[in-house]
Design a protein around this ligand. Structure first.
Ligand SMILES: C[S@@+](CC[C@H](N)C(=O)[O-])C[C@H]1O[C@@H](n2cnc3c(N)ncnc32)[C@H](O)[C@@H]1O
Length: 231
């Protein structure tokens, strides 16, 4: 299991929304394992893709490079990118307005921001189910952009125009069986401390209840956010 597998159903929505053209210069914010950065690089063979993340990064190659840094403060060259993309990598900034201002300035005039962020936790069956099973408190960071008005306000204050939010509902994959799902969930920093001999059987039962012949799937809801930036 990895994040690319969990989010497989979001792939088509994202590719269509990115609208990446062959010569585009793409910035992938909070790129994690870099799957979306590499995909952006493939869609822009005459352009480039740069992934930035605060954590350790994979090796780049070809037209794909990775930069370790905080997207809130990283000194991107002004106007250097045609598109800034992010798949659930923009909810964790210490100061969102400062961070999105920095990202906006990295875009050329008319450059686009296209990002996916989780809607509120209560609209995400995966979070509701896991937390109820193990009794973990909410992890607000992942849902910090969960409300439409919050996103609109932050992006407006950061200087973006043409902000649009689209309600996207897709299933997320948690593994072929409860054991692989338990291993995947065990790697989440926000829940790892709540998995013990008392809670694990409850979580296994909850996962089993979501088992289908295609594996374990939960409902999820995200905002697909698009906006226009520029230095
Ligand atoms: C939920 S993961 C998504 C990873 C990736 N976008 C994907 O779809 O596979 C969120 C990522 O955002 C990164 N992140 C959090 N705060 C960041 C910041 N201030 N600057 C850059 N990356 C950040 C985390 O390290 C993490 O890799």
């Amino acid at each position: 299991m990895d994040y690319d597998a969990e989010l497989i159903r979001y792939g088509r929505v994202l590719r269509e929304a990115w609208g990446i053209r062959p010569a585009d210069r793409v910035l992938d914010v909070g790129c994690g394992g870099g799957g979306t950065t590499r995909e952006a690089g493939r869609l822009a063979p005459a352009g480039s893709a740069v992934g930035i993340d605060v954590r350790a990064l994979p090796a780049g190659g070809g037209n794909v490079t990775f930069v370790r840094g905080d997207a809130q403060t990283h000194p991107f060259p002004a106007g250097a990118f045609d598109v800034a993309i992010s798949r659930f990598g923009t909810m964790f900034f210490a100061d969102p307005v400062v961070a999105f201002t920095n990202i906006r300035r990295a875009l050329r005039p008319g450059g686009r921001l296209v990002m996916l962020v989780w809607q509120a936790a209560s609209r995400n069956e995966w979070d509701v189910t896991i937390r109820a099973a193990i009794g973990a408190p909410p992890a607000p960071e992942a849902f910090s952009l969960g409300e439409r008005t919050t996103v609109e306000g932050i992006l407006r204050d950061a200087g973006f125009t043409g902000v649009e939010l689209h309600d996207v509902r897709e299933e997320v994959f948690y593994g072929s069986d409860p054991e692989s799902a338990l291993t995947w969930i065990g790697g989440f920093s926000c829940t790892a401390g709540y998995l013990d001999e008392r809670t694990l059987p409850r979580l296994r039962d909850a996962l089993d209840a979501h088992r289908t012949e295609r594996g374990i799937w939960f409902g999820s809801r995200a905002w697909l956010v698009t906006a226009v930036g520029g230095a």
